[in-house]
Design a protein around this ligand. Structure first.
Ligand code: SF4
Length: 486
């Protein structure tokens, strides 16, 4: 990953101006990579990040960029408001008399002062760039630590659960970053450990401790609470179960009731049903965080790795299946909200000189500030058939074409080329179907003005350069194919 670079040790750069410049670039690089990584997979981000850095190598370059160029560079990543916020934040950081382009080093200041930087990104920049002992907890780390600590809770919306895991991550990174001084004292001077530690946990969550974990390859089984529980389940040894009962002396206030009978089902609805049917479930005693955080079982042999595959006493396949099946149930599965279904009429209006009308979306909300072919959302209960959709699209285009400035109203001849097809597009919370229409109008067509949604004509060959969402680009491809065939 090109944004992963050796930690910049301030002790190795004696010139303050050079150090400042180096940190400024590193903070900018890590910031952009972290925001992009929240959007999509690493493999996709590598390309986007590379193009972004080639276009705007410093935060000063980004601050001076045109908003539409920033949106265009973000096109395809989704959540376009994030691109706008990055741009706003760059302008703010460059214009701020204290920052002058260098992002703050403390997670608290990053979170408070930089728009669009939340707790996770603030921790990542502070750790990775400035070597500070700050927790960086993304979705993967929440899952890893919920298993390590044996917390059977909701890591999506359970505030107490999330806060407890952040607190544990904070304690861990602080312990990890302590350096031994020459006289046996410890210090927490900035160093490379916080960044390496945080990135290692995230990597573990994305490669081994995934929703379907591969515990046999895990390097930290010896501290893993759910691994230990899985072993006990497999052994069913009365002696060890009694030992567990002795130490499980307090019911955890974070964990939800755990139904042992639910087995390793991957079916979320089964698990949720089993969990919530309290009359039938047995609430296992879960250890408190204080009792179990950071405990380590004795190593089974002298090897340094705690990965079961690296030890002579590796569990049998049957035991490992029980362990991973148990681990897979952590954290609590949360039923996703149903996506809303919507339909929209996308109207490509082609002037006889080959120009197309586009308008800008509102500056807030879905796909904020992007350009698109004039589109009209259908009401939630409307389910018009193809003929009715064409009528609605024609009426919409007529309202755009024949609503020119007061006193200049005239009737523009509009010809509808029909519905070309439909493009399905999935957002995180909306399933959108875009019905694509092609209209032809004369060269003298006059367009209604709208201050909130500016409109303009662009030549066919320039549409690709506009900042459009990926779904709208698919509609454009459909239009191009239809025009070529006609
Ligand atoms: S032992 Fe299994 S559940 Fe525990 S951290 Fe490792 S992969 Fe995750």
């Amino acid at each position: 990953m090109p944004w992963r670079k050796a930690w910049v040790d301030p002790q190795t750069i004696s010139d303050p101006a050079e150090l400042r410049k180096t940190l400024e670039i590193r903070a900018y690089e890590v910031w952009i990579s972290e925001i992009m990584l929240q959007q999509t997979r690493v493999a996709v981000v590598i390309d986007y990040w590379g193009r972004w850095m080639a276009k705007w190598p410093t935060i000063h370059d980004l601050a001076a960029a045109k908003p539409e160029d920033v949106l265009s560079a973000w096109s395809g990543l989704g959540y376009y408001s994030r691109a706008t916020r990055i741009h706003e934040a760059a302008k703010l950081a460059v214009g701020d008399p204290d920052m002058k382009g260098l992002l703050p080093s403390s997670a608290r200041d990053l979170d408070a002062k930089i728009p669009g930087v939340g707790r996770y990104t603030a921790g990542a920049i502070s750790c990775i760039v400035f070597g500070r002992a700050e927790p960086m907890v993304d979705g993967n780390v929440l899952r890893v630590l919920s298993r390590q600590l044996g917390i059977y809770g909701n890591i999506k919306t359970g505030k107490a659960v999330i806060d407890a895991i952040w607190a544990a991550a904070d304690a861990m990174v602080k312990a990890t970053s302590e350096l031994d001084g020459p006289n046996g004292e410890t210090s927490r001077e900035p160093n490379d450990r916080p960044g390496r530690w945080g990135q290692a946990l995230m990597e573990l969550g994305s490669t081994i401790c995934t929703p379907n974990p591969n515990c046999s390859q895990c390097p930290i089984t010896s501290t893993c609470r759910v691994y230990m529980e899985g072993e006990l389940k497999a052994s069913k040894s009365k002696e060890t179960l009694k030992t567990m009962a002795d130490i499980e002396d307090a019911a955890c206030i974070l964990c939800e009731p755990f139904d042992d009978g639910a087995g390793g089902s991957d079916d979320d609805s089964t698990q949720v049903k089993n969990r919530t049917n309290k009359a039938e479930v047995r609430q296992s005693k879960q250890a408190t965080l204080a009792a179990f955080a950071f405990t380590r079982r004795p190593a089974k042999d002298a090897t340094s790795s705690s990965s079961p595959s690296a030890t002579s006493g590796a569990p049998s396949k049957a035991t490992m299946d029980i362990i991973t099946s148990h681990a897979r149930r952590f954290p609590v599965k949360v039923i996703k909200k149903a996506v809303r279904e919507e339909e929209t009429l996308v109207c490509a209006i082609r002037r006889s000189d080959g120009h197309y009308l586009i308008h800008r979306r509102p500056l807030k909300g879905l796909l904020a500030g992007l350009w698109e072919f004039p589109s009209q959302l259908l009401g939630p209960s409307a389910k018009p058939d193809k003929g009715k959709r064409e009528q609605l699209a024609t009426a919409y285009v007529s309202s755009l074409m024949n609503g020119g400035k007061e006193g200049r109203k005239k009737t523009t001849k509009i010809s509808c080329g029909g519905e070309l097809g439909s493009v399905p597009w999935l957002f995180s919370h909306i399933k959108l179907t875009m019905h694509v229409f092609l209209f032809e109008v004369g060269e003298d067509a006059e367009v209604a003005e709208d201050e909130e949604q500016p409109r303009r004509w662009v030549a066919s060959g320039e549409v690709d350069a506009e900042s459009m969402g990926t779904g709208m680009r698919k509609c454009w491809k459909m239009v191009q194919d239809a025009v070529e065939e006609s």
